[in-house]
Write a protein that binds this ligand. Sequence first.
Ligand SMILES: Nc1nc2c(ncn2[C@@H]2O[C@H](COP(=O)(O)OP(=O)(O)O)[C@@H](O)[C@H]2O)c(=O)[nH]1
Ligand SMILES: [Mg+2]
Length: 322
Amino acid sequence: MTVTDRPPLGQRVLDGDPRAIARAMSLIEDDAPGAPDLVRMLFPHTGRAYVIGVTGPPGAGKSTLVDRLVGTVRAAGETVGVIAVDPTSPFTGGSILGDRLRMQAHAADAGVFIRSMATRGHLGGLAPTTSDLAVVLDAAGRSLVIVETVGVGQDEVDIVRTADVSVVVLVPGTGDDVQALKAGIMEIADIYVVNKADRDGADRMVTSIESNLSLQAFGDGQWRPPIVRTEATNGKGLDELWATIQAFRTHTAGRREARLAARQEYRLRELLARRFLAHVEARVLGAGEFDAIVGRIARRETDPYSAAADVLSRALASGAAR
Ligand SMILES: Nc1nc2c(ncn2[C@@H]2O[C@H](COP(=O)(O)OP(=O)(O)O)[C@@H](O)[C@H]2O)c(=O)[nH]1
Ligand SMILES: [Mg+2]
């Protein structure tokens, strides 16, 4: 990737060229040297796409649901980009094969772009990449961006929290109703989906969400998260889900700025934290010193607060010296 390639690539992304979109995303995923410049170039052209966050436990049917939703929104004339973050391991049940299949299903449709991220980046690497991938799709003129993440871990939850609308997908009959409530994904829901409604226990799942909602006070005119039943495998309930998303969009139209600001706040905090840590490791501490400090804390020769204060003051001193 040469420097001279960058301006044309950015321009081609703005023109909506799918191959340029794919290449831009690869640059960003690989954290290539050209990535920050690319994002810098694209960023002023963003903020138009409506971002739909979809989260829920592994195996809830998120990918199947998103696939169906893509069909629904295409029929409604939207162009769509999908980012599926599935840190698949043998333990999560995430379906990379399924993701490949759905990519093929929409392969002939230039109005659909699907990107599946199978693995996490480095620690903390997941979140920034995802929001930058969304920047690419937004700049490329996609009217909708759907981000699918497993509702496990703060990063995944934050991504969906800062979407324009957060859809939480739950399933009946898995006995993990309570688990889902605990996972911290309940409070971020703008819309609940009870998927696999063809299975026993859907009513019970709806009831337990309802009773959870009844514990919260909703003011006059405040959005009360609706519960939509779906059967993603045969497309049932998808029209209702899309209608509900649109209703939420209309309802919150006057408050979109706050959501956009929340997204950028999250992004900036995260970026600063990462950059600061990278600076400390590369410029402030000597080789192997980070690990050495960790070792001293582990042996109780110092404590985390003192160690952090020491590193911080050295970082500030080194910053002033430069
Ligand atoms: N019975 C039933 N199975 C479903 C439904 N939706 C998805 N599945 C199945 O659930 C499994 C997990 O789906 P997937 O979309 O990969 O879940 P994800 O991990 O949440 O993305 C797959 O075998 C799907 O075919 C549904 O509405 N009913
Ligand atoms: Mg999935």
